[in-house]
Design a protein around this ligand. Structure first.
Ligand SMILES: NC(=O)c1ccc[n+]([C@@H]2O[C@H](COP(=O)([O-])OP(=O)(O)OC[C@H]3O[C@@H](n4cnc5c(N)ncnc54)[C@H](OP(=O)(O)O)[C@@H]3O)[C@@H](O)[C@H]2O)c1
Length: 269
């Protein structure tokens, strides 16, 4: 009975991990959320009977330790796959370039702090809280959902000068994952920074996209066509999660610490 822990599973890609993984009744799936009520109701309505929802906040180490304790009781002590998915995202900043923060230094610092806190320190808190459970597993895989926005070659070649604090936090978390990979290679724990590709998570379907959202994605599409001329735009979460799970299955101790896309390569879209 493989066990999966998804940190930050209330919506978007995180919730899709719950849905996709729950299709195999032999999986035990733990999803964490800051606010358990609404997601528990959704899980019940979607009849995801092998999914357990537990409260945890990436900004709170104590909540993550409590979640690890509860998980241990459900799984019998181990966690085979730890997937740290949650992140602080601020759509408002999607259009801000570094120079746009001139005169807005306090705002920059506040956003940098929030991004680094949740997306980097929060990942460390989560991994440290759940590591004792991962060590008890035979599978021993830790996956951190990163982003191509943190890749220097992509920034330069596609020409992406926006989403500054978020991108910095994703570059930093890739370093953190590499450090963990070095620390725990001898214990057989495999770590991976995994970019899910460009995924439509703000609304449920392409038809539900607002004109503003279409414009936002058109802007990104144009940029990413600089590195992938045939790029068609965002995937739905289901497609991304299926692809990510294949990459996760291929993860081994030989490539621990890698930073890969949903294609298992450095092709980000
Ligand atoms: N969508 C994309 O195109 C894309 C591309 C590259 C990378 N990613 C990465 O993929 C992951 C999921 O993105 P998404 O598009 O699914 O985003 P999303 O729909 O906005 O969902 C974000 C998730 O993070 C959780 N979260 C936020 N702050 C948290 C905290 N302090 N503690 C625990 N959970 C927290 C949210 O929970 P609440 O409901 O409590 O807010 C929510 O479940 C992120 O790491 C993101 O950086 C996404």
């Amino acid at each position: 009975m493989p066990s999966y822990v998804i940190i930050g599973a209330s919506r978007g890609i995180g919730y899709q991990f719950l849905k996709t993984l729950s299709r195999d009744p032999s999986n035990i799936i733990i999803g964490t959320a800051r606010n358990v009520g609404p997601i528990q109701a959704k899980v019940t309505a979607d009849k995801l009977t092998n999914v357990h929802i537990i409260e945890a906040d990436l900004d709170s180490p104590s909540s993550l330790h409590a979640a690890a304790g509860q998980t241990s009781k459900i799984t019998g002590g181990a966690a085979d796959y730890l997937i740290v998915n949650g992140a602080y995202l601020n759509d408002h900043l999607a259009a801000f370039k570094p120079y746009d923060f001139l005169g807005k230094e306090e705002y920059f610092m506040e956003q940098l702090d929030r991004s680094m806190h949740t997306n980097v320190a929060g990942v460390l808190f989560a991994i440290n809280a759940f590591l004792p459970l991962v060590k008890k597993s035979i599978v021993k895989k830790v996956i951190v959902i990163s982003s191509a926005m943190g890749d220097i070659d992509t920034i330069l070649e596609a020409g992406v000068d926006v989403s500054v604090p978020y991108s910095m936090s994703k570059a930093a978390v890739n370093i953190l994952v590499a450090k963990y990979a070095v620390s725990f290679k001898n214990e057989g724990i495999s770590f991976l920074s995994l970019c899910p590709g460009m995924v439509l998570t703000q609304v449920e379907s392409y038809e539900a996209m607002t004109p503003e959202l279409i414009a936002q994605y058109d802007f990104l599409k144009q940029l990413f066509r600089n590195i992938a001329p045939d790029f068609k735009g965002p995937m739905l979460p289901e497609e991304s999660v299926e692809k990510q799970l294949k990459v996760i299955n291929n993860l081994s101790i030989e490539n621990t610490g890698a930073y890969l896309s949903h294609k298992g390569t450095k092709e980000w879209v």
